[in-house]
Design a protein around this ligand. Structure first.
Ligand SMILES: Cc1ncc(COP(=O)(O)O)c(C=O)c1O
Length: 454
């Protein structure tokens, strides 16, 4: 037995100064030592299950975990080498095309992505290219494309506009119009508008934007100007909630103006981080010159993606979740999360100092602010800090531009957040509010920064 193997694991960590942090070390470490260093370093992270800031899946069952361990070495782009994974990818986006009421699942087209951000960028690129083709065909300029969205969009849309040279036109949110609802849309649309983004499950408060109302406003604009503007639904969270909890709500391909829909599989699609989906209603909505072909079973397969290599395991996990849960299971799982969210929000409203901005009735996400009619010695950042001491990660952040003076706190309820855990959180919030309300002098406010980036 080698000498090193006789030394207990923790004694091998000669001292943190012997470990290279920002430079490749000259010498190798034993695997146990390297494991322990990385493992210990990650102990300082928050506990994912207590992270109520994240929308992203923090739990899958043992069968999914087994499948993940069996498939972490598969590369999604190697369609020829992993043809079964490639066909599972197609099953998944066709399942979604059907779930989102594509007029013909045969005629729909879709793909997997690394998450909603990439899926949204692909949706935006299809809009831009379609608009460019139409403008060139009409002999018009393609210099100044613009995209219309709420000022409360997720940052991926800002990135899309920045990276792909599209002007972002923000419709400001207000107390009267907390979400994009079609009001005044005619002031933003012109012949250079490539599309409108409608969010199903706005990040700040979890509310749905009314897709049908926005489509109605665009119909009226078309009737008066002839401009035919398409909608992309950013259903990062809501596209995997609405089909199960609000099946009567027409937000998807039932609305003819909806050309494309994206979602994060790793949010309410119940898959670990690293997967999103985008589906177009038909082949006309996705210009062919954006598609690349990779070899597949002696022929070629169309692909549309920003990445080349990326993990294939999550695609298998998505298929597992679809098979395992079916409509029945998704209804039960999402319904359970919504029941916990509504229970939590109603109890938080009863505590006294808080005013709800949403209740968790759309997606199981809700936000609240501090009642500003009373002068207090504390703010929501202090409450977040106190909760963090008990292990809970409950973010505080300002509302989007135009409402940014309002601070809110938000909870995202996921499938692994039980009613029992929710009651523990409620007890802890009540105890900390009691502590803060009894303070006789103000808490310091220096260095307070938002806990969540949208
Ligand atoms: C509405 C919306 N769009 C896009 C995104 C980006 O999603 P992802 O983290 O999957 O890239 C999010 C993430 O929270 C979101 O809420």
């Amino acid at each position: 037995m080698a000498d090193e193997e006789l030394i207990p694991v923790f004694d091998r960590l000669v001292g943190s100064d012997s470990i290279e942090r920002n430079r490749l070390g000259e010498k190798s470490l034993l695997p146990e030592t390297a494991y322990q260093v990385v493992h210990d370093e990650s102990l300082l992270d928050g506990n994912a299950r207590l992270n109520l800031a994240t929308f992203v899946t923090t739990w899958m069952d043992d069968h999914a975990n087994r499948l993940y361990a069996e498939s972490y070495d598969k590369n999604m782009i190697d369609k020829d080498e992993y043809p079964s994974t490639a066909s599972v990818e197609e099953h998944c986006w066709r399942i979604l095309a059907d779930l989102w009421h594509a007029p013909s699942v045969e005629n729909a087209i879709g793909c997997s992505t690394t998450g909603s951000s990439e899926a949204c960028m692909l949706g935006g690129l299809a809009f831009k290219r379609r608009w460019q083709h139409a403008r060139r065909a009409a002999g018009k300029s393609t210099e100044k494309p613009n995209l219309i969205m709420s000022s409360a969009v997720q940052v991926c849309w800002e990135k899309f506009c920045n990276y792909f040279d599209v002007e972002a036109r923000y419709v400001p949110v207000s107390e009267e119009h907390p979400v994009l609802d079609g009001h005044d849309l005619e002031k933003y649309v012109d012949e250079n508008t490539i599309g409108v983004v409608v969010i199903m499950g706005q990040t700040y408060i979890g509310a749905y934007e009314p897709v049908q109302k926005v489509a109605d406003a665009l119909d009226a604009i078309q009737a008066s100007t002839g401009l035919d503007i398409p909608i992309h639904v950013d259903g990062a969270s809501g596209a995997m909630i609405a089909p199960f909890l609000q099946p009567e709500l027409e937000w998807d391909f039932r609305v003819p103006r909806v050309h494309s829909i994206s979602t994060s599989a790793h949010k309410y699609g119940a898959v670990y981080p690293g997967l999103g989906w985008v589906v177009w209603r038909d082949l006309d909505a996705l210009p062919d010159d954006l598609i690349f072909r990779v070899s597949y079973l002696g022929g070629s397969m169309p692909t549309f993606a920003l990445n080349f290599s990326r993990p294939g395991a999550q695609v298998l996990l998505q298929y597992y979740a679809f098979l395992r849960l079916g409509h029945e299971g998704f209804r039960a799982m999402q319904g359970g999360s919504r029941a916990v969210a509504e229970h939590l929000s109603s109890k938080i409203a009863e505590m006294g100092p808080f005013k709800l901005r949403s209740t968790g009735s759309d997606i199981p996400v809700f936000a609240w602010e501090l009642d500003s009619s009373v002068e207090r010695n504390w703010n929501l950042y202090h409450l977040s800090d106190r909760l963090r001491m008990r292990g809970w990660l409950v973010p505080t952040y300002p509302m989007p531009p135009d409402l940014e003076e309002i601070l809110v706190q938000r909870v995202v309820v996921r499938a692994d957040f039980s009613r029992d855990m929710a009651d523990k959180l409620l007890n802890d919030i009540a105890a900390e509010v009691d502590y803060l309300e009894k303070l006789e002098s103000p808490m310091p406010v220096e260095g307070q920064t938002p806990h969540f980036a949208h």
